[in-house]
Design a protein around this ligand. Structure first.
Ligand SMILES: Cc1cc2nc3c(=O)[nH]c(=O)nc-3n(C[C@H](O)[C@H](O)[C@H](O)COP(=O)(O)O)c2cc1C
Length: 377
């Protein structure tokens, strides 16, 4: 007999269906996808990566990171029709706009901030002082119990504890939370092992109410397995990338459907200038150019430019021009820059593009006749 799915409830987030659509930057999970997932009773996530450019182009007026985040979140909330919840994913690695993205999401009425690609140690301090600081759920992404331990201590000093925590395993798309490709493949880092460890640490910290597991979850059986193991919700990325509502370019979605196991690689060199392993489709043009030594990185966007510039420019030949490659994959300047497709390990199993409503029904069954309104709608 198949299981009854419990609602996912943290702080003021109330989702009828315990499904979280993971943030997908650059420009893959925007308001249309996040709003559709929320409307189906899950938690949809807008990615804040490069949102200033994406929103400025769409509305025909130049906006900064804070206003862009507010506009996109407000649009996702409008599309949600008061159901489910809308989160904003903000990557620690994009330091230059981190605080503005978080504060803009709060301005726009976001229900939760989900933050990873580095440990979001400063997040409670960033939200403190905003009028919605107490309303918003703060959800770090970790890939180990140790990371949750470190984070728990730091946040306690700032008077907060995580409202939930996303455990991201080695099969996920995007950046992965280990230093080397070997560590990514280590059996000790399988999602099930990480989930058990993080659940134990969450209990030790007084029972952080929700654990969501991410990476390699594909179908209803996977959802049931993770919830039975103690996860309170499940986070998926790649399956939502291949939906009608995702803002990935049509060519990107077609490349996911056409992919085989041999096409998927955990890239390190050439790799991401963030210095973390990054899963890609080998068929993406930017990957092929970089692997063949033919990619000249010029860095005209600057999201990852630290005090010493972007690593990809300083050490030509070792890194992708990740900002331009990912922007191109979402249709931004696609004629000028080659695309870089990131996917989860499950991409080869995706065999068609489907609407979010159909995917949600496949994962957790038919939609309840009436969905309750989100508490803070
Ligand atoms: C195209 C793509 C882009 C992603 N971008 C981000 C991101 O910007 N920030 C982040 O924290 N996670 C990112 N992820 C990870 C997802 O949010 C999610 O946790 C992960 O993909 C789950 O694994 P799955 O793809 O096997 O379902 C990305 C994943 C994909 C597939």
């Amino acid at each position: 007999m198949s299981m009854q799915f419990p609602p996912f409830v943290v702080r003021r987030v109330h989702c009828d269906r315990p499904i979280v659509q993971g943030g997908m930057g650059v420009g893959v999970s925007l308001a249309p996808l996040a709003g559709a997932v929320a409307r189906e009773g899950g938690m949809g996530t807008v990615s804040s990566a490069c949102l200033d450019r994406l929103v400025s182009r769409r509305i025909g007026r130049e906006v900064g990171a804070r206003e862009a985040a507010a506009i996109e979140v407000a649009e996702a909330k409008r599309l949600s029709r008061g159901r489910g919840a809308v989160a904003m994913n903000v990557m620690v690695a994009i330091q230059g706009s981190y605080a503005d993205s978080v504060l803009g999401a709060l301005d726009g009425g976001v229900d939760a901030i989900v933050s990873g690609a580095g440990l979001p140690l400063s997040l409670p301090n960033v939200v403190a002082g905003h009028p919605r600081a107490e309303a918003v759920a703060l959800i770090p992404i970790v890939s180990s119990a140790r990371a949750l331990r470190v984070l728990g201590k730091r946040w306690a000093a700032a008077g907060r504890r995580p409202d939930a925590v996303v455990v991201e395993g080695p099969l996920a798309g995007g950046h992965l939370g280990w230093k080397t490709a070997e560590e990514v493949e280590d059996p000790a880092h399988r999602l099930e092992v990480l989930l058990d460890e993080v659940l134990a640490e969450a209990r030790r910290q007084g029972g952080i109410p929700v654990i969501a597991a991410a990476g390699g979850i594909f179908d209803r059986a996977d959802v049931e397995a993770m919830l039975s193991r103690g996860a309170a919700a499940v986070q998926l990325g790649t399956r939502f990338l291949a939906t009608e509502e995702s803002s990935a370019s049509p060519a990107y979605k077609r490349a996911v459907v056409a992919s085989t196991a041999q096409d998927v690689e955990v890239a390190m060199e050439p790799g991401s200038p963030c210095g973390l392993p990054f899963r890609v489709l080998r068929s993406s043009t930017m990957y092929r150019l970089a692997a063949g030594g033919a990619l000249r990185v010029r860095c005209d966007k600057g999201y990852l430019r630290g005090p010493h510039g972007c690593l990809a420019v300083r050490e030509q030949g070792r890194y992708f021009c990740i900002c331009n490659g990912l922007l191109s994959s979402a249709g931004y300047n696609a004629g000028e820059e080659p695309p870089l497709y990131t996917v989860g390990a499950n991409a080869p199993r995706v065999d068609r593009i489907l609407p979010v409503a159909e995917l949600m029904a496949e994962l957790v069954g038919a939609k309840p006749a009436t969905l309750p309104q989100a508490v803070n709608a």
